[in-house]
Write a protein that binds this ligand. Structure first.
Ligand SMILES: [Zn+2]
Length: 82
């Protein structure tokens, strides 16, 4: 098995993230993401189907490390409470 052939360079990743970020920012910003991130975490834990809004949260989390940190912290709290 060959691995490594499809790895992107840091520059390429940065360009892709920037491109996605520009379009995503207009549709869904950090404030909106954080409004729904709790619901997203709960759905992830209970395997509920995701709604359109929740899919946008997922998309934003993939691009935004700050919101992803919030999500992971929240998820830990939820997991601990179960
Ligand atoms: Zn964000």
């Amino acid at each position: 098995m060959k691995t490594g052939d499809q790895r992107l360079t840091g520059d390429q990743v940065g360009t892709i993230v920037k491109m996605l970020g520009l379009t995503t920012d207009r549709e869904f910003n950090c404030g909106e993401c954080l409004q729904h991130v709790g619901e997203y975490a709960e759905r992830q834990l209970s395997n509920k189907p995701v709604s359109d809004v929740i899919a946008s949260v997922e998309q934003h989390l993939a691009l935004c490390p700050e919101c992803r940190e919030e999500y992971e912290a929240l998820r830990k709290i939820l997991e601990a409470g179960q």
